[in-house]
Structure formats: C-alpha cells, structure tokens
Design a protein around this ligand. Structure first.
Ligand code: FES
Length: 145
C-alpha cells in the first residue's frame, strides 16, 4: 500500500472514531509538491470538501471551493492581479499583484488568495485551510489556515 493511501486511511479512521470535540485536525494528502508549481492551481477533494490549492509566488494556499457571495465554485475562477490608481502610483493606472487575486466565475468578486479577503467587500472572505508540505507531499487540513 502506498504512503498516500496509508495517510488517507488513518485520516478517515481518525475522522470517524473520535468525538468531534476531541478531533485533532486531520491532514489529507493531495499530491506531490511538484504538481503545484508557482502560478498553478488545482481543485482537490479533501474529505467531503472541494479545496483549491494555489501556489502564489512559491507559497501554497488552500481555500474551500465555495464563494461566500452565493456559493459559487470560486476556485474554478481565473487568477489575475489588481489595477491600482492612487497616490502610490502617482495617480496612474498600474497593474499589480499578478497571480495573487482570484476572480469568482459566477459574479466576478475578487479575492486575495493570501488572506482570503474580498477586495470590494472586506467583511466577505474565503475559508482557508492549513496546507503543509511533508517529505515532498502536499497535505491539507480542514478547519483553519
Ligand atoms: S458566487 Fe462568487 S461572486 Fe457570486
């Protein structure tokens, strides 16, 4: 049996046996680190949730694939940047943060991939998950990021 299967089996076993209050976060293997090169993203299954794993400038970020606006599949959206025009850009249009902004495919709300926050509505944010790389394997935990 592969290491991935053993980890997944242990995760499933821990998830079903322990009472909810006593459960430690369970890590789910979602692939090797080489499958998530900088600038890439992929939607993976983590327990009962779909999670988008994004490599933003070399750092991995995992977000639940549900938009807080109207529950669209936000992680299936396009990744882009942000147009700025303010005092810091000398009031000239300037494209910035390329590869750091996720655009929901349903209604176009834009989210910061690092913080999960919506750019237009600060009270709206994506749910993040913990993501670790252990021995070259990417692991995602539900419940905090
Ligand atoms: S469901 Fe994502 S912007 Fe509306």
């Amino acid at each position: 049996m592969s290491d991935n299967h053993e980890v997944a089996e242990r995760a499933a076993e821990a998830e079903t046996k322990a009472p909810r209050s006593a459960r430690a976060p369970v890590e789910y293997p979602v692939g090797s680190a080489s499958e998530f090169p900088p600038g890439s993203h992929k939607i993976v299954q983590v327990g009962t949730q779909e999670v988008g794993v994004f490599n933003v400038n070399g750092d991995l970020h995992a977000l639940i694939n549900v938009c807080p606006h109207q529950y669209g599949p936000v992680c299936a959206g396009r990744v882009g940047g942000e147009m700025r025009c303010n005092a810091s850009t000398d009031w000239k249009f300037h494209w910035s943060r390329d590869g750091e902004i996720l655009i929901c495919p349903w209604h176009g709300h834009e989210f910061d991939l690092v913080t999960g926050r919506c750019l237009a509505l600060k009270e709206m944010r994506l749910r993040k998950c913990k993501v670790n790389v252990v021995d070259g394997e990417v692991r995602v935990s539900l419940g905090g990021g």
